[in-house]
Design a protein around this ligand. Structure first.
Ligand SMILES: [Zn+2]
Length: 519
C-alpha cells in the first residue's frame, strides 16, 4: 500500500507548473528558518523549529470584531450540491482564507495607501480566478475578481484556496466555533452528539487516557473496513487546542454532507467508504486543560505543584518580545547559556504564573509529548526538567498519551498521517535519517497538501532544530510511512477565535482531496 502512495505522490513531482511554485516557497521558508538566531526558540512553533515564516504579514491584520461562521438550527442538507469544477466563464472559484482579511491590491504587492480606498477581503469572501498570476519578490500573486462586487485586484496566492463544492453550512450546529475555550468537556459532549446524529458515518473509540484519566478519543470517519486508512491527530501540544475545534468541525462537515457533496465528481460517501479517516481529536487533554483553564482545573495537587515548580525554573529565560511576524510573544532563551535578563531590554517584565499556564504545551507531567516518541530520542538535547515545553521525559514513550498513539499506529496500518499543530501557516515534512525515497515521498506529500491548503512547506532537515522524538519523526523513521506536520494559524498560541473561520475554510476540502488520491 505504501508503494501505492509513493507512486501517487512521487508522480506529482513531474507536474512542472506546481513544482516551480513549491520550490519557490520552500526556498523562502528555509531562508527564514536559517536566518533565525539559534539562541532563540519561538514559543509558537513545532518542537522548537521556527514557525514564523509568514511573508505576507504586512498585508494581513487581525480584526478583533470579526464574526465567525454563523450556524443556524437546521440540520438536513436540502439537495445534492453541484461542484464549481466547470465554471461557465472558465474561472476557478476561490475563497479568501486570510486571518482575517487581506487588502485587495491594485497590482501585485501594491496596496492603496489611503485606508478609505482599500478594499478588505475577509475570510469567506468568494473570488474568481481566471488563471492570471505573477511572482514578485518570490511571492506568488493571483489576479482575482470579487464575486459579489465584480471588483478586480490582486492577492497573495497564500490567502485563498480553491473551492470545489460549496454546500450550505447552516446545518452544522453541533461543534461550537465561536468560543475559543473549546474544552475537553465540550469536545466529549460534541462527540456524543455527532455520533448520535451521524452514527452510520462516525464511530468513536477510546485509545487510552491521560495521566489524569481523561479519554483519548479516536473518531472514525467512513467505513472502518475501508481499503485505505489515514490517521490524524490534533492538540498533542496543549496550547494548540484550536486544532481540536478544527478536526471536530471537519468531522461534522463531512458527516453532514456525506451523501450530498462531492470532490472532483466523487461523492464524499464514496471517498470515505474507500478511505477511512481515524482522528484523535485531542491527544493531550491534560495539557489543553492547563492552557485553557489553569492547572488547578485538573484537580491533582501533585500536578499543580509540578507546574508551579516548572514556572519557577522557566520564568527566568522567558522574554516577551516581537517575533518575525511583528507579534509579541514569549520567547525562550533557555539554550543560550550566556543569557542574562539584565542585558535584555525586553526582559524587564517577568511572565506571570497565569500567563505561563496559557503557553503550556506539555502533558500533565511536564513532558513535551512531541519529543517523547522513540525517534532518535537519546540524542535530544533540549530541557532536562519538566516544563511547559521541550522536556523529552525521563525515557522514550514514558507517557500514557504517547503510548496510546504509538499503540494505535501499531494496531492498524495507516497509509499516511497528518498532525495538526499551531502556529505559522506551514507544512513541515521529512526528517533527518530518512532514505532518499522516503524524502521524495514526503516532499511530494507536502506539495500535494500545499496545493490544497496553501501553506508554505518546510523541510525539517533544513531547520536549525534537528531534535527529533516527534510523532511524525517516529512514523517516518520506524514505520517508513509519510507523515506531515501542519502548523495552522498565524498569531502566537493560543490562537484567537477570530482566526478559526479562515483556518477551517482553508482545510475544509483537504481530507476529501486526500481521500481522492486513493480513489
Ligand atoms: Zn505543536
Amino acid at each position: 500500500m505504501n508503494g501505492d502512495l509513493i507512486h501517487k505522490f512521487y508522480s506529482r513531482i513531474i507536474v512542472v507548473f506546481f513544482l516551480s511554485v513549491s520550490l519557490c516557497t520552500v526556498c523562502v521558508g528555509c531562508g527564514k528558518v536559517q536566518e533565525k538566531s539559534s539562541k532563540e526558540v519561538a514559543l509558537d512553533d513545532e518542537d522548537g523549529s521556527d514557525a514564523e515564516s509568514d511573508e505576507g504579514s504586512d498585508d494581513v491584520t487581525v480584526a478583533e470584531d470579526q464574526e465567525t461562521t454563523d450556524l443556524s438550527d437546521t440540520n438536513e442538507p436540502e439537495k445534492v450540491y453541484e461542484e464549481y469544477g466547470a465554471s461557465d466563464d472558465g474561472s476557478k472559484v476561490y475563497i479568501c482564507t486570510a486571518p482575517q482579511y487581506v487588502i485587495l491590491q491594485r497590482a501585485p504587492g501594491q496596496e492603496e495607501e489611503d485606508e478609505d480606498d482599500q478594499t478588505r477581503l475577509y475570510a469567506g469572501t468568494y473570488l474568481k480566478w481566471y488563471g492570471v498570476e505573477e511572482t514578485v519578490d518570490n511571492k506568488r500573486y493571483i489576479q482575482v475578481t470579487v464575486k459579489d462586487t465584480g471588483e478586480e485586484g490582486w492577492i497573495e496566492y497564500l490567502y485563498g484556496v480553491e473551492v470545489k463544492c460549496d454546500p450550505d453550512i447552516s446545518g452544522l450546529d453541533i461543534v461550537e466555533t465561536d468560543n475559543v475555550l473549546y474544552t475537553y468537556d465540550m469536545m466529549c459532549r460534541d462527540i456524543d452528539a455527532l455520533c448520535d446524529r451521524y452514527g452510520d458515518v462516525l464511530h468513536k473509540s477510546i485509545i487510552g487516557s491521560s495521566n489524569t484519566g481523561m479519554n483519548l478519543y479516536e473518531i472514525t470517519l467512513g467505513d472502518s473496513d475501508a481499503k485505505h486508512h489515514v490517521m490524524v491527530q490534533a492538540s498533542i501540544h496543549g496550547r494548540e487546542y484550536m486544532n481540536t475545534q478544527l478536526v471536530m468541525k471537519l468531522l461534522e462537515y463531512y458527516a453532514h454532507f456525506y451523501n450530498y457533496a462531492s470532490y472532483n465528481g466523487v461523492k464524499y460517501a464514496d471517498l470515505f467508504n474507500n478511505t477511512a479517516f481515524h482522528v484523535v481529536t485531542m491527544a493531550n487533554p491534560d495539557g489543553v486543560t492547563i492552557s485553557q483553564l489553569g492547572v488547578d482545573a485538573l484537580g491533582d495537587p501533585d500536578i499543580s505543584d509540578l507546574v508551579y515548580e516548572a514556572y519557577e525554573r522557566d520564568k527566568e529565560t522567558l522574554v516577551y518580545e516581537e517575533n518575525s511576524n511583528g507579534d509579541l510573544t514569549w520567547m525562550d532563551y533557555y539554550k543560550d547559556k550566556s543569557f542574562k535578563r539584565e542585558d535584555n531590554p525586553n526582559a524587564s517584565r517577568m511572565i506571570t504564573y497565569e500567563e505561563y499556564q496559557t503557553i503550556w504545551k506539555a502533558n500533565g507531567h511536564g513532558v513535551d509529548l512531541n519529543n517523547n516518541f522513540d525517534a532518535a530520542w537519546d540524542d535530544i538535547d533540549l530541557k532536562w526538567n519538566p516544563s511547559y515545553g521541550s522536556f523529552k521525559g525521563y525515557s522514550a514513550v514514558s507517557e500514557p498519551e504517547t503510548k496510546a498513539l504509538a499503540d494505535m499506529v501499531i494496531r492498524q496500518d495507516y497509509e499516511c498521517y497528518l498532525s495538526y499543530h499551531s502556529t505559522g501557516q506551514l507544512i513541515y515534512y521529512d526528517c533527518e535519517g530518512n532514505s532518499e525515497t522516503m524524502s521524495d515521498t514526503e516532499k511530494s506529500f507536502a506539495e500535494f497538501m500545499q496545493d490544497r491548503i496553501h501553506h508554505r512547506t518546510s523541510n525539517n532537515k533544513s531547520a536549525y532544530n534537528v531534535n527529533l522524538g516527534g510523532f511524525g519523526d517516529w512514523i517516518q523513521l520506524s514505520l517508513n510511512k509519510p507523515s506531515l506536520t501542519i502548523e495552522s494559524g498565524k498569531k502566537p498560541c493560543p490562537l484567537p477565535i477570530g482566526e478559526f473561520a479562515a483556518i477551517w475554510l482553508r482545510h475544509r476540502e483537504s481530507w476529501a482531496a486526500l481521500a481522492g488520491e486513493f480513489y
